[in-house]
Every structure is written in structure tokens, then in C-alpha cells.
Design a protein. Structure first.
Length: 219
């Protein structure tokens, strides 16, 4: 089927992205659309990404998609109903008006004695405008934060196709915040470094877009 072929192609591209090395270490936050082949030339219109409950789980990455070590994965979690707003606020540390569903998954480097790993979180909103408002609120909050551990530093991360994104770092932490359609994605990494955090964010965007388009990212 065409969706299966498309899913396989994107999955292959994501594996390449995870094995490739990024370049540059800019400190400017990333905002706006990244270039998507075919879209910039007006050849294709990408529909707004939105996920149902099953898609919120299926869009989360698998440990096997990381090729730089053996990763163990926790069980994916799905939050719906009245608890969704609190779950979103706890993760993003801002209010989340309009959030409908949330999902998350932890990955940890199995052979490491440290807390090397990543957490992927998705928050699906009713409209793109609601998702954008929350993303902007998070960005403002992080720029103004000045706690005991110090301020966050903006870092350049190429998201691989998010509608909007920014990234921050502090010590061993790199966080990538993105909007893809009505979905806000938060990728938290510890001891990953900027380049691996970038590839993790690109993996998340790739899977989410395949699922939102009706495809199977594991086909």
C-alpha cells in the first residue's frame, strides 16, 4: 500500500538521521518552518498534524530506532480527560488551555551507569492557535527563568520539519520544544549533547508526521 511505502521511506530516513552527525553549535533559538523538500517549492501541501488516542502512542519513538547504544524503554503513557491539563502543566510548567490528550515515553541507555536518556512527550490541542500559544508561553517562561541551577542557554536545533520550535540547554540537559500542527512535542534529553538531542527531535517529528498522515512509521 502507498501508506506503507511512505512509512518505510520515512523510517529509513529517520535511521539515517540518527546515525548521521550534526554540524554547527549555534546558540540561536529555532522558530518557524524548517525547509521540507517539495513544500518550499509549492509542490505539496502538508495537512495539519493532529493525532487520535492511538496515534498519540504510535507516534512515540521506539528504543530500537536509536543506533548509538542499547536503549531500554518504559511503557508509554496516555492521559485523557480531566487529568490532561494537569499532566501538560506539570511537564511544560505553564497552563495548557485547549489540550485534549497527552502521551509520554522514557528511554534510557541500558549500558550506562548515568542517567543518560530521553523523554518524549506529546500534547494534542484542539487548534493550532492553542498549541502555538502554549509553545510561546513555554519559550517566554524558559527565557525568563533564573533559578538556583542558573539560566537556560538557547541552542540551535534543526527539528526536521516542525512548524515552530526552540531548544534550550543547561549542564547535561537539552530540551527541544516543537509544534507540529495541533501537537506540541517536548523532547527532554540528559547527557545526550546537542547533536544527539537534535536527532531525537527529528525522529519524533518524522514519526508524528507519518502517523498524522495515516501511515505506519514502523512499516
Amino acid at each position: 500500500m502507498r501508506t506503507g511505502i511512505r512509512g518505510a521511506a520515512v523510517a529509513a530516513a529517520m535511521v539515517i538521521a540518527l546515525t548521521a552527525c550534526g554540524d554547527g553549535d549555534g546558540t540561536d533559538p529555532v522558530t518557524g518552518n524548517d525547509a521540507i523538500p517539495g513544500v518550499a517549492e509549492g509542490k505539496e501541501k502538508v495537512p495539519s498534524a493532529s493525532l487520535d488516542e492511538a496515534g498519540m502512542i504510535n507516534a512515540l519513538p521506539h528504543s530500537s530506532e536509536f543506533t548509538d547504544g542499547a536503549y531500554g524503554a518504559g511503557d508509554p503513557e496516555l492521559v485523557q480527560g480531566a487529568e490532561t491539563g494537569k499532566a501538560c502543566a506539570d511537564k511544560l510548567e505553564v497552563d495548557c488551555p485547549g489540550v485534549k490528550t497527552a502521551s509520554s515515553k522514557d528511554l534510557a541507555l541500558a549500558t550506562s551507569g548515568t542517567d543518560t536518556g530521553a523523554t518524549f512527550s506529546l500534547f494534542n490541542f484542539g487548534t493550532e492557535e492553542e498549541a502555538t500559544a502554549v509553545l510561546k508561553a513555554v519559550e517566554k517562561s524558559k527565557k525568563e527563568f533564573d533559578g538556583p541551577s542558573g539560566r537556560y542557554t538557547p541552542v540551535k536545533v534543526e527539528s526536521g520539519g516542525a512548524d515552530e520550535s526552540f531548544a534550550i540547554s543547561r549542564n547535561d540537559f537539552v530540551g527541544v520544544y516543537m509544534r507540529i500542527g495541533t501537537v506540541v512535542s517536548y523532547v527532554v534529553t540528559n547527557n545526550f549533547g546537542r547533536e544527539r538531542a537534535e536527532r531525537a527531535a527529528q525522529l519524533q517529528v518524522g514519526r508524528l508526521k507519518v502517523v498524522a498522515g495515516g501511515g505506519d512509521p514502523d512499516a
